[in-house]
Design a protein around this ligand. Structure first.
Ligand SMILES: [Zn+2]
Length: 119
């Protein structure tokens, strides 16, 4: 069992598991915008104001499958929420979402939109 409450410790733990913090998302209407939008890419980094790595949805799913842990931290609550893959019942495709125990400000949907072109 992994010590799921402490991603930074996990990261230091002999490299057995890597934890990546998601700080922003890119969403795309799939078939029925705007209610039915999904995350198609995320920004990774330790600074919530500036992502250092961009990963597409496919890359995130592939990394989750290989054991990488993705999480978010609430801007005001400071709480960690873990990210999991899920299959959308509407379109049948697999996307990522925050686990059900996330609070409002650390939910993936509450993160800012990635701004890769900004300085
Ligand atoms: Zn869908």
């Amino acid at each position: 069992m992994r010590a799921i409450g402490r991603p930074r410790q996990i990261e230091r733990e002999e490299g057995r598991a890597i934890a990546k913090r998601i700080v922003c998302t890119e969403q795309e209407p799939v078939f029925r915008p705007p209610q039915h939008a999904h995350i198609v890419a995320v920004g990774i980094g330790n600074d919530p104001g500036s992502a250092s790595e961009r990963l597409t949805l496919a890359e995130v799913l592939q990394q989750i499958a290989s054991g990488v842990i993705f999480y978010t931290i609430g801007a005001t609550s400071g709480k960690t929420a873990y990210v999991e893959p899920f299959r959308c019942t509407w379109c049948g495709r697999v996307f990522i979402r925050s686990r059900a125990d996330s609070v409002k400000d650390n939910n993936l949907d509450s993160l800012r939109y990635c701004a890769w072109k900004a300085a």
